[in-house]
Structure formats: structure tokens, C-alpha cells
Design a protein around this ligand. Structure first.
Ligand SMILES: CC(C)(COP(=O)(O)OP(=O)(O)OC[C@H]1O[C@@H](n2cnc3c(N)ncnc32)[C@H](O)[C@@H]1OP(=O)(O)O)[C@@H](O)C(=O)NCCC(=O)NCCS
Length: 238
């Protein structure tokens, strides 16, 4: 096993990314207990949940997908052991979008249709049917926090390190990538933490706490009561 390198993800990494996400979040209270109560009977369906999300979101050009990989020195084969998905919110994100005449711009919609059909044919047996889309329903409510003064931000949508590789500094490196971008651009860096990971993000440098993913009237994540949002503000010249 060699050292861990960070690089941008490729489309062919998506199945490995889904496996890492599936393992890292398997026993999380939100992605495990609330969204996937039947995960022990159908563990592969949990990976399918992450793979379907990845097939759609990979084409969103506001997102930057990073993977941490190890490389077997004798075979040269790479193994994905960590994943980060950073999204540039605000006007800075608009600039990352493909031009209207660029066919890649329409891949998100095409992939969405494909994934919806696939979900109809092969429903996620590990999930609670009413909770599978709970994040999609909550996001428009708590997502309003990225507006006004906080609109311009690099937002860490997902971060996961395979349990066999946790505690080796990989998560921090993946988090640092977006903090560096935010610093270069003089904008916010932000993240909504899963329960218990708050000290990790504070250690990474997200020093301010404001709002949460379960805040806001009618938020379906209200009963979950976690998802504290952490911030780091960079000014021009920091
Ligand atoms: C959270 C996670 C990404 C951290 O990745 P990691 O590679 O294990 O973390 P690192 O080794 O880079 O840790 C960096 C520092 O944070 C500390 N740390 C890591 N997780 C911590 C936690 N849950 N609580 C307190 N401190 C933590 C480490 O001890 C280390 O401190 P040190 O520099 O003093 O040694 C990883 O545990 C994970 O994938 N968890 C499951 C998925 C998840 O919850 N993701 C976050 C979703 S918002």
C-alpha cells in the first residue's frame, strides 16, 4: 500500500465512491437509521442509493468531486478510500456552469430521468419509503441560509472516508481543499455536520456555527435535530 493521493474524481470512480459513502454512513443516525432502516437486510441497496445520487450530481459543474486514492505499488491499481464533494454556491457557482450550447449541461436532467426509471424498476429495499427523499425536501427550507451576506460559499456537500482508513488525516486533507478555494476567492466555506462530527469540522477550521440543516418551519429533518452548520469566512486578502 502506498501513500494517499488526492485527485479529481472521474466518471469511472462513481461505483467506488458509492461504496465508500455506503460504508462510511452505514451506521449514521440520518443516513442509516432514518433513511435506511432495512440496511442490514439489503446492504447493497444502500450503495445503490449513493450511486444513483452520484450519477445525477456528477454532472453538476458547480460541484467539484475529489477522491483520496491509494495505489498498489506492484500492480498500479488505485483504490478509492475517501470522497469529498464541494459545491460553489452563489454567483461564483454560476460561472462554473457549462454554456447553454454545451451538451454536458443537459446530462444532469438526462441522468435524473435514467435514475428515476431505474428506481421504479429496482426500488431501494433498504430505505424507509417516506424518508428516502427527506434531504431533498429539507434542503429548500434550510438552504435559504446561503443567501444575502452568506450567498458566496464553497459548501462541503459530502465528505466520507472508508472506515478502514479513518484517523489518518485523509478527511482533513479533503476538507482543506475547499477551505483553500474559499480563501483564494475571499468567500465563505461551509458545511452541515452529521451528528458527532462537529469537533472534526471545528478542528478543520470551520470556526463559526450558525443555523442547522434541521432548522426552519416545516423542516422534515426537524425531529432529527442535528446538522449543525459550520462556517469559515475569508475576506479578500486573507
Ligand atoms: C468525519 C470523517 C470524514 C473524518 O475523516 P478522518 O480521515 O477519519 O479524519 P482525520 O484523520 O483527517 O482527522 C483530523 C482530526 O480530526 C479529529 N477527528 C476526526 N473525527 C473526529 C470526531 N468524530 N470527533 C472529534 N475529532 C475527530 C482527528 O482525531 C484528527 O485530530 P488530530 O489532528 O488532532 O489528530 C470520517 O470519520 C468519516 O467519513 N465519517 C463517516 C461519514 C461522516 O460522518 N462524514 C461527515 C459528514 S458531514
Amino acid at each position: 500500500m502506498s501513500e494517499v493521493n488526492i485527485r479529481f474524481a472521474r466518471y469511472t470512480d462513481l461505483p467506488s465512491i458509492a461504496r465508500v459513502m455506503g460504508r462510511a454512513f452505514f451506521d449514521d443516525d440520518l443516513f442509516g437509521d432514518i433513511i435506511h432502516p432495512y440496511r442490514k437486510q439489503y446492504p447493497e441497496d444502500v450503495n445503490l442509493y449513493w450511486l444513483r445520487r452520484a450519477y445525477v450530481n456528477f454532472w453538476n459543474y458547480r460541484w467539484r468531486w475529489l477522491v483520496a486514492v491509494t495505489k498498489d505499488v506492484s500492480t498500479g491499481k488505485e483504490d478509492v478510500v475517501g470522497v469529498a464533494q464541494w459545491e460553489r454556491l452563489g454567483a461564483g457557482g454560476d460561472k462554473l456552469e457549462c454554456a447553454v450550447y454545451d451538451p454536458r449541461r443537459y446530462m444532469t436532467q438526462l441522468s435524473s430521468v435514467f435514475v428515476s426509471l431505474h428506481s421504479l424498476m429496482y426500488p431501494n429495499r433498504a430505505s424507509h419509503p417516506q424518508n428516502e427523499d427527506i434531504l431533498e425536501r429539507a434542503y429548500p427550507i434550510f438552504g435559504t441560509v446561503w443567501s444575502g451576506d452568506r450567498a458566496e460559499s464553497w459548501y462541503l456537500e459530502w465528505l466520507a472516508v472508508h472506515p478502514d482508513h479513518q484517523g489518518k488525516g485523509i478527511g482533513q486533507k479533503l476538507a482543506q481543499w475547499g477551505l483553500d478555494r474559499a480563501q483564494e476567492e475571499g468567500v465563505w466555506a461551509s458545511v452541515a455536520s452529521t451528528r458527532g462530527k462537529e469537533p472534526f469540522y471545528q478542528k478543520c477550521g470551520f470556526i463559526e456555527e450558525y443555523w442547522s440543516a434541521s432548522s426552519g418551519e416545516g423542516n422534515p429533518l426537524g425531529e432529527w435535530g442535528s446538522g449543525r452548520i459550520f462556517w469559515r469566512r475569508f475576506g479578500k486578502g486573507d
